[in-house]
Design a protein around this ligand. Structure first.
Ligand code: ZN
Length: 165
């Protein structure tokens, strides 16, 4: 499903009101939103690439919540996307979360599988010349060749090679 400018504006408005932005374990960006409206959470989940989970509040008078929560590069991408549309307070939290993630991604000496980010093993991608592990990239390419359904898209590929859980 292509994401339109209207979708982005809608999600930004929702996150401004009800969303949580932060960093998990000092390194992984998190966006979380919980509401009782199942239809609203289904739409948010479809946009953010996450199936809403049902949260039972264990209280007779309270409706169950639906929660959409994303981490890592997926969350970072959405933070960057909605940042220009956010108010000052949330904008600041988003900037801090992205800065923590950025530092972690750029200054790591080894990839998540323990291969060194040295001259020979480091490859770069994107406008900002972000690092990726060559060994993992090659390995992933081989795995991809044999099992083509492994990864949905490039984003998930980079999440796999760059980010720790
Ligand atoms: Zn590696």
């Amino acid at each position: 499903m292509p994401v339109t400018a209207k979708d982005i504006a809608w999600l930004a408005g929702l996150l401004e009101g009800e969303g949580y932005f932060g960093v998990k374990a000092k390194t992984s960006p998190v966006i979380s939103i919980s509401m009782t409206d199942e239809d609203v959470m289904a739409r948010a989940g479809a946009l953010m690439g996450c199936t809403p989970t049902r949260v039972n509040r264990q209280h007779a008078n309270r409706k169950d919540l639906y929660r959409v929560q994303i981490y890592g590069i997926r969350a970072a991408s959405w933070m960057m996307t909605v940042l220009p549309l956010m108010g000052a307070r949330r904008g600041q939290v988003i900037k801090e979360s992205l800065a923590a993630w950025h530092t972690q991604v750029w200054h790591r000496t080894h990839c998540k599988r323990g291969h060194a980010f040295d001259e020979a093993n480091t490859t770069r991608y994107g406008k900002r010349k972000q690092r990726a592990c060559r060994t993992c990239k090659n390995q992933n390419a081989r795995e991809n060749y044999h099992a083509s359904k492994m990864r949905e898209d490039k984003t998930l590929y980079f999440q796999h090679s760059l980010l720790e859980e």
